[in-house]
Design a protein around this ligand. Structure first.
Ligand code: ZN
Length: 224
């Protein structure tokens, strides 16, 4: 992989938004789809969110929000297990199936208790269509419907977005890539994310694709 180049000394301004992806119980250790060390980033995410608010920038939370019959769940495919490879024709589901997670109004779907949700200006829910997954905070995987995030950011005249949260190689990655396609300047907060690496290699692929695309990498300590 080409060396990732990190941006240094970023000054946050009012047209910046921090997008905190899916910091929910089910994605942290003890949840149904835990990302290793997913809880260890929360404190620094809180501090970063605080910094954004101090600089009058915007903070957005995304929340995976599925019905029990969601087709990304292996349990809704007879004979399949979580982690099995599966891609639906239109790419709406896949490339793997997941354990049941973030079912609406369950504890697993709640934001982690340590996350300072009062710092958020907006919560964007995604994945409500049972037939289509929504890794990206911007839109469904089949690209047919948006979540409202773009409209919200545009209403606040946001130019740069900074993506962090869980998981690096899925929801953070897709959010960053869509953000780039939607003409935002996208920064990926590498120290404020962790990945599932399923299938093997997906973290490396995600970082590589973002690097090639023109997404910039940044460390939370680089904010001035
Ligand atoms: Zn999900």
């Amino acid at each position: 992989m080409d060396q990732l180049i990190f941006e240094k000394e970023i000054k946050i301004n009012t047209r910046d938004a921090l997008i905190i992806v899916d910091m929910q119980y089910d994605f942290t250790p003890g949840g149904s789809l835990p990302v290793e060390e997913g809880d260890l980033i929360i404190e620094d995410i809180n501090q970063t969110a605080n910094l954004f608010k101090k600089n009058k920038a915007t903070v957005v939370l995304t929340q995976d929000w599925h019905s029990q019959n969601h087709l990304s769940f292996a349990s809704n495919h007879p004979g399949k297990s979580p982690g099995d490879e599966f891609t639906s024709e239109d790419g709406a589901i896949g490339p793997v199936l997941w354990p049941d997670h973030c079912v609406q109004n369950t504890k697993g779907a709640e934001f982690h208790n340590d996350l300072k949700i009062d710092l958020a200006d907006k919560v964007i829910q995604k994945g409500m269509n049972p037939n289509v997954d929504s890794y990206s905070g911007f839109r469904d995987n089949d690209k047919n419907s948006e979540t409202g995030l773009r409209d919200y950011l545009n209403s606040k005249r946001i130019r740069r977005i900074f993506v962090c949260g869980l998981a690096l190689d899925y929801c953070c990655y897709y959010t960053a890539m869509d953000g780039f396609e939607f003409d935002y300047r996208v920064y990926f907060l590498v120290d404020l994310t962790r990945g599932v690496n399923l299938p093997e290699g997906s973290i490396k692929n995600a970082l590589e694709n973002m690097n090639k695309t023109g997404i910039k990498f940044v460390n939370s300590k680089s904010f001035k």
